[in-house]
Design a protein around this ligand. Structure first.
Ligand SMILES: [Fe+2]
Length: 313
């Protein structure tokens, strides 16, 4: 039997200061849609059939509570759990049935060696149909994690979860688990924290319309619009009301096992930084701080303070 492995990115789970204010942003500005929730929790979907792409839970401190991945079936879940256990990884307990309001299914929680919270599941319910609206995000397409020890975090994704190496730059390692060039990247930083999460827009026109909606709602583009080097995706980054960085992206390179990954020296020679189009300049000091996780991890600002900083920088 082949090694059990992750086969997709499902959703991100965030602790937020104020559930209602955060939900308003993700519904009305970011254009996700409520699916289910109770008490301090809300799950929101994109336009694809995925059950949800974002979970918000009201907490005294904002923070990353989980990056959720899919595995093909229950046997793969058991296989991955056994492998993580054998390799001495920190597990929350045995694999089991998951929260009904989150679509149910079967899975477990595990931490990366540095402490990033990971959830792996199979058999989660999905929606009967997709929503036809090109101006709204379809799915969560990648998550970038800050790490003070990216070599060990990358090794965890490759050796324990079965990811494949996609590329490296001086700042980041990119790893893949499906046809998207990367579903996870590990960024050199203070870690463990969330650098940013990226939601896929159907095409460039959809991305620009979505970014226009966000700007019209009073949120400035923090970095972009531009086109990245590795992954070749078009990017536009914003700061949301808790200080997390969130991205609309599109046209991420589709790859298979014939893809040839390159190291930092190769990428440095390509002249694709900070943007292939040479449209977007280098990220500002504020953008680097936000992506470093400082607004959430160190300053733990309230929504109004984050927005004042983002607009007044
Ligand atoms: Fe990104």
């Amino acid at each position: 039997m082949s090694e059990p492995r992750i086969n997709g990115l499902r959703s991100v789970e965030l602790g937020v200061h104020d559930l209602q204010k955060s939900a308003e942003f993700y519904r009305n500005v970011w254009a996700l849609e409520d699916v289910s929730g109770e008490g301090d929790t809300l799950h929101l979907r994109g336009t694809s059939r995925d059950h949800h792409v974002l979970t918000l839970r009201e907490r005294p401190r904002a923070g990353l509570l989980g990056v959720h991945f899919s595995a093909p079936d229950r046997a793969a879940i058991d296989g991955l759990h056994g492998k993580a256990k054998a390799m001495g990884m920190k597990l929350s307990g045995p694999a089991g049935e998951l929260e009904k309001s989150a679509g149910g299914g079967y899975g477990f929680r595990v931490s990366t060696p540095e402490g990033h919270p990971i959830v792996i599941s199979a058999d989660v319910a999905d929606h009967g149909s997709a929503i036809d609206d090109k101006t709204r995000p379809t799915k969560l397409t990648h998550v970038v994690l800050n790490s003070a020890d990216i070599e060990n975090q990358t090794k965890f994704f490759l050796d324990v979860l079965g990811f494949k190496w996609a590329d490296s730059t001086m700042m980041m390692d990119f790893v893949r688990c499906c046809s998207d060039h990367h579903s996870i990247a590990l960024a050199r930083g203070k870690g463990p924290s969330l650098n940013h999460m990226a939601y896929e827009m159907p095409d460039i026109d959809g991305l620009m319309r979505g970014a226009g909606r966000v700007r019209k709602s009073g949120y400035e583009i923090m970095w972009g619009v531009g086109r990245h080097g590795p992954g070749s995706n078009v990017f536009s980054y914003f700061v949301e009301p808790n200080g997390f960085v969130t991205e609309y992206t599109t046209e991420v390179e589709q790859v298979d096992d014939s893809y040839v990954a390159h190291d930092a020296d190769w990428w440095k020679a390509q002249n694709v930084f900070p943007c292939r189009w040479q449209m977007a300049g280098a990220p500002s000091e504020f953008a680097r701080k936000a992506m470093g996780g400082d607004l959430v991890e160190e300053e733990n600002l309230r929504c109004e303070q984050v927005m004042a900083r983002a607009l007044g920088r």
